[in-house]
Design a protein. Structure first.
Length: 344
């Protein structure tokens, strides 16, 4: 959060401020200043201003879990007392086991770098969960394959993921070299915001250090993986906003080992577009694509034009999404929200 003398001063536009946020500010807000949330902790928050990083003063009873890194807030100019949060353009969140509300990951993200590595960590089924999440919230997903320098041939790893979604960018790289920043430059331009997500040990922190030109004490801590199972150890423990080469901003996130899906019907349709396009041709409108006669999806599997494993993964995610997505039930005027799976 300390100013980098190698980086020139920034404007609000450089920070990602657009007409979307300006239009939310009225005459009553003229005495306030916009700030972008840079870190969120249990009892404190910091923000980025054109002049540099500041610590936000929080009003009594503020629940920091209501805020995400990347949020835009309005604050008093001298005390930096937080007054209100502006509506988000995008919000990446996830449902965690036993939690009543989703966990906020990052806000106002343009591009989601889904990071995995060229080793046993590469898991297409898990990557599909990230892709569905990105599709649902309206961010552009990019698959980043790190540790490409550590394998004899990167082509088999690219082949495993290239067909997960139509027109999906897949970028293999060595996260520790300047060429990595060049490869990802199309998504890191002035005022653009990217977020890095993926499992621990896949090289997110190394990639952030390269994108932000961080070295020495400024660099994010990095860790190795266990050779026995290619699993990584957590080195990033909180989310944070960083200025990166090219004029953009990156939100670093801790490793995510479990990503439950909920409320992502649109995201699944984009991810499995070939299934979504076949579904209207099924005989029954509510076809599950499992056993019904006249199923166009099953016919495509039988004809060899649709991968059966792909259909199995769609069914698993679709079932999980329906179980985890809350629905409104009850008589008019007395409706309550319950988990779908509890009263099917």
């Amino acid at each position: 959060m300390t100013p980098d003398p190698a980086m020139p001063p920034v404007t609000l536009a450089d920070l990602g401020w657009t007409a979307f946020y300006q239009d939310q500010c009225g005459p009553d807000d003229s005495a306030l200043v916009p700030l972008r949330v840079a870190t969120v902790h249990r009892a404190r928050m910091s923000a980025q201003s054109p002049q540099g990083p500041v610590r936000l003063m929080l009003p009594p009873q503020t629940n920091t879990s209501d805020y995400a890194v990347g949020d835009w807030v309005l604050a008093e100019p001298d005390s930096h007392l937080l007054v209100r949060r502006l509506d988000r353009k995008t919000l990446i969140q996830r449902r965690t086991e036993g939690a009543k509300v989703p966990q906020l990951i990052a806000a106002n993200v343009d591009t989601l770098f889904i990071v995995t590595s060229c080793n046993d960590d590469l898991n297409p089924a898990r990557l599909e969960r990230y892709l569905a999440l990105a599709n649902e919230v309206g961010t552009t997903p990019v698959l980043v394959l790190t540790k490409a320098d550590q394998v004899p041939d990167v082509a088999p790893y690219v082949a495993q993921v290239a067909g997960l979604q139509r027109d999906l960018p897949v970028v293999p790289l060595n996260a520790n070299t300047p060429e990595a920043a060049q490869a990802l430059a199309p998504w890191c331009g002035q005022g653009e915001t990217v977020a890095l997500v993926g499992s621990s040990g896949v090289g997110k922190s190394s990639l952030l250090n390269t994108l932000a030109a961080k070295t020495g004490e400024e660099a994010q801590a990095t860790g190795s993986i266990r050779e026995s199972d290619a699993k990584g150890r957590h080195t990033t423990t909180s989310r944070s906003l960083h200025r990166i080469l090219g004029g953009g901003w990156a939100i670093d996130t801790p490793g995510i080992r479990t990503l439950h899906v909920s409320d992502i019907s649109v995201g699944l349709d984009v991810l499995f577009a070939e299934i979504a396009e076949l579904a209207p041709h099924c005989r029954f409108r509510n076809c599950t694509h499992a056993h019904e006669p006249g199923c166009a999806v099953q016919a495509a599997v039988a004809a060899g034009t649709l991968d059966a494993a792909r259909l199995d993964r769609w069914r698993k995610l679709d079932d999980e999404n329906r179980v985890n997505t809350p629905v409104v039930t009850g008589a008019r005027g007395n409706k309550v929200t319950k988990a779908y799976g509890k009263h099917r």
